[in-house]
Design a protein around this ligand. Structure first.
Ligand code: CP3
Length: 341
């Protein structure tokens, strides 16, 4: 087992800089498209052999230093008894948005072993063949809540913020249920063999710091505290667009903080204290010409050298339009410049 990624998570010395990319398994890869052409996205997530297969693809092709379980943050929301659909080009849709106490009461907090066995089975399959660590994940409660309340993706988050401001008790009841689900789900992933866990807070950055502190952070803290009580797997907290929230995110209790590209990595390192740091090249920088991409990576590695543990990653998920050859250039550059033998 190549433990470089886990060593970096724990803030230990590493022989070179480990690298993985958020959304590294997916549509930019012809090998993924080939599997996906035969099954829907949800079927793919729910078929352990296929989910394991596409998890391995980017690791085998590019030599990433960690694998991330192939699934989606919304899969456990379906297990709460919500109708989840993925529409081509439109993203996820919940046909019955959760906007009333009645709708919250109808949500079930699932027992992962009963309602999400395919995820745990995928983890078992992967641990049987991976030679790099496996990252499990979940959405952070606020990010998940936006999808449930809006009924899908959103730009202004009108319904979410209206509920926060006008019906705080309803909002809290919903978030409490999502938090219970997420907590149990991550614990089950750790028991099944996930070696690190990442919380994706893709939309936390749309909140004013005071609202983030009141309406998002407490639920993240509670999940991490409960995980801490049962496992010592490293916990990564990634928040997108979170530059103004870093002082707050350092209080979440995570081992590793993940940063998007809007904050210079040198500043991310400076404000991360005892945390390891993950990030944060703009996913679109993968479209730079080879020499400029390599130069940018070299600079980023230098700027991150004082981190208490550093994991190279994108600042957000890779885009489907990304040429795989550019991913190879980036992964090779991280390894070469950081002295991988
Ligand atoms: O990182 C990985 O390789 C593991 C797999 C993974 C997926 N989604 C697969 C996926 C992970 C970790 C996610 C997380 C996820 N899902 C997030 C958090 C990270 C982020 O990007 O902010 C969010 C917000 C979602 C919700 C989601 N899933 C959306 C909005 C969409 C549609 C938009 C899009 O990118 O297509 C998805 C679908 C999805 N999730 C796909 C994949 C590979 C595309 C499905 C397809 O093959 O058609």
């Amino acid at each position: 087992m190549n433990e470089t990624f886990l060593q970096a998570c724990r803030g230990e010395h590493t022989a070179y800089t480990p690298v993985w990319f958020m959304r590294q398994a997916g549509r930019y890869l012809p090998e993924y498209q080939q599997v996906r052409s035969k099954v829907s996205f949800l079927e793919l997530c729910k078929t352990p052999e296929l989910a394991a297969k596409v998890t391995l693809q980017p690791v085998d092709i590019f030599g990433f230093d960690a694998a991330i379980l192939f699934s989606d943050i919304l899969i456990p929301m379906e297990a709460m008894r919500l109708d989840l659909e993925f529409h081509e080009g439109k993203g996820p849709i919940f046909s019955r948005p959760v906007r009333s106490q009645r709708a919250v009461d109808d949500l079930v907090v699932p027992v992962p072993e009963e309602s999400l066995p395919f995820v745990l089975e995928t983890i078992h399959l992967l641990r049987g063949c991976l030679r790099v660590p496996l990252i499990g994940f979940a959405g952070a409660p606020f990010t998940l809540a936006t999808y449930l309340i809006e009924g899908g993706s959103s730009k202004v988050f009108l319904h979410t913020k209206k509920m926060m401001y006008q019906e705080p008790e309803l909002y809290h009841n919903l978030l409490t249920k999502i938090t219970a689900c997420t907590s149990a789900y991550l614990q089950a992933q750790a028991r099944a063999g996930a070696q690190a866990l990442q919380l994706f807070d893709s939309w936390g950055g749309i909140l004013a710091p005071c609202d983030y502190e009141a309406f998002a952070l407490p639920y993240v803290r509670s999940i991490i505290a409960e995980l801490r009580a049962m496992t010592d797997v490293p916990i990564i907290y990634f928040i997108n667009n979170g530059a103004t929230l870093t002082a707050l995110t350092t209080t979440a209790g995570a081992d590793v903080l993940g940063f998007d590209w809007r904050l210079p990595i040198v500043e991310a390192v400076a404000c991360s204290g005892r945390h390891a740091v993950q990030g944060n090249i703009d996913p679109l920088a993968l479209f730079l010409p080879k020499e400029r991409l390599e130069e940018r990576i070299r600079t980023m590695l230098l700027d991150a050298r004082d981190a208490r543990g550093y994991i190279f990653n994108l600042g957000h998920g890779i885009l489907p339009e990304t040429p795989p050859g550019q991913v190879r250039i980036a992964v090779d550059a991280v390894h070469r410049f950081s002295g991988k033998p």
